[in-house]
Design a protein around this ligand. Structure first.
Ligand code: BYC
Length: 328
């Protein structure tokens, strides 16, 4: 190894002249908006950041199946049940694309799942809120999938190829999810006064948690600056949150529902909506997994993993048999 030891800590191993050249070439490719592919050289910290973000994204997809799965047996019609079933299946598919994308970075499915089950890895705070009634399914589609699209559209241009390509299909499916949620709420607001009240109650409970999905404010987001430099993130947490508010307020007006924020007002000069203060204590409590719903989510995921062990075992045994036959 040749030289220039800038930092000898374990987190930042010595930078060699060889590495410095590779790093410069890597950064030039990122700056030119080229995709980085699995076999390309990449800085270890870039790899770690991607594994963290993609695996947590995957965990959010599969944990996100749970609050909606809760309503599959109670959907009010066959049509709504079929729609919800398709959506929940899509979320499982999104989890699979994302786990596969993360595996291209050298991690394994088992490690990622273990990180989720042991609490080392996070999943989106939004799924630590309960789905209390049918209107919540509409609010999830409209607001949660709506926020997800706002965040994921720029990720189609993220610098890591497999992640960007996974996002293309995910975004198409999320658009259907968002519309089905809006359509569900449209049916409720045009129904009985009690049904409209259910829709308003769901908006009251999901609005602020949806804004929190975009993550902490930019001045308190430890990962943003580097992720923006590496073009993993193309827009900051606050920029995306603002876009979401601006897109969603007119949709609420069309539904005849009131956004639960007395400070919300159009800012003529800025050309956007100003909105009230977010309760960040609530966000960090949800990130820490406080409250009964978080425990319920992880218990359900662990049970699903354990109960699926026989399927994984059978697939492995089948593959071994095929390989043995092919070798014979
Ligand atoms: N929840 O420095 P920051 C879906 C963590 S699924 C929990 O800003 P970063 C759907 C963050 O991880 C949609 N934790 O981080 C599925 C970091 O902690 P670590 C899921 C959060 O990564 C089913 C710390 O706070 N979408 O739509 O630069 C049914 C500091 O944050 C959250 C994605 O995962 C949160 N909300 O930015 C229906 C999108 N926010 O990791 C719908 C991909 C922040 O250092 N992910 N934290 O321990 C991203 O775009 C980014 O990771 C984030 C955070 C914007 C979320």
């Amino acid at each position: 190894m040749y030289t220039t030891e800038l930092d000898k800590s374990a987190a930042n191993p010595p930078v060699t002249i060889e590495d410095a050249g590779l790093l410069a070439a890597f950064e030039a490719r990122v700056a030119a908006d080229e995709f980085i592919e699995p076999n390309d050289w990449m800085p270890e910290a870039y790899r770690r950041t991607l594994v963290r973000q993609i695996s947590q994204h995957a965990h959010s997809e599969i944990v996100g199946m749970l609050p909606e799965g809760n309503w599959l047996t109670r959907a009010p019609s066959l049509k709504r049940k079929a729609i919800l079933l398709a959506k929940v299946q899509d979320e499982g598919g999104h989890g699979l694309y994302l786990y596969c994308a993360a595996e291209t970075l050298g991690t394994s499915r088992e490690d990622m799942i273990d990180a989720l089950h042991s609490g080392r890895a996070k999943y989106s705070t939004i799924f630590n809120y309960p789905t209390l009634n049918w209107a919540d399914i509409g609010a999830i589609g409209w607001l949660v999938d709506g926020a997800a699209i706002m965040n994921q559209v720029p990720l189609q241009r993220t610098s890591y190829g497999p992640y960007a390509r996974a996002m293309v299909r995910v975004c198409k499916e999320e658009s259907f999810h968002q519309r089905q949620g809006y359509d569900l709420l449209l049916a409720l607001v045009n129904g009985l006064p009690e049904q409209k009240a259910m829709a308003q109650d769901a908006l009251n409970r999901w609005w602020w948690p949806a804004l929190m999905m975009f993550g902490p404010p930019d001045d308190n987001s430890p990962n943003s600056a580097q992720s923006i430099r590496w073009r993993i993130k193309r827009e900051t947490n606050d920029e995306l949150r603002q876009k979401f508010v601006d897109a969603t307020v007119p949709q609420a007006e069309l539904l005849g529902l009131a956004i639960p924020d007395p400070d919300l007002r159009w800012n003529e000069e800025g050309g956007h909506y100003d909105f009230g203060a977010i309760q960040w204590d609530e966000f960090y409590a949800a990130v820490r997994g406080e409250g009964p719903t978080a425990r319920e989510r992880i218990t359900a995921r662990r049970a699903a993993w354990d109960e699926g062990a026989w399927v994984r075992d059978a697939a492995t045994a089948h593959e071994a048999k095929r390989a043995a036959l092919a070798a014979a």
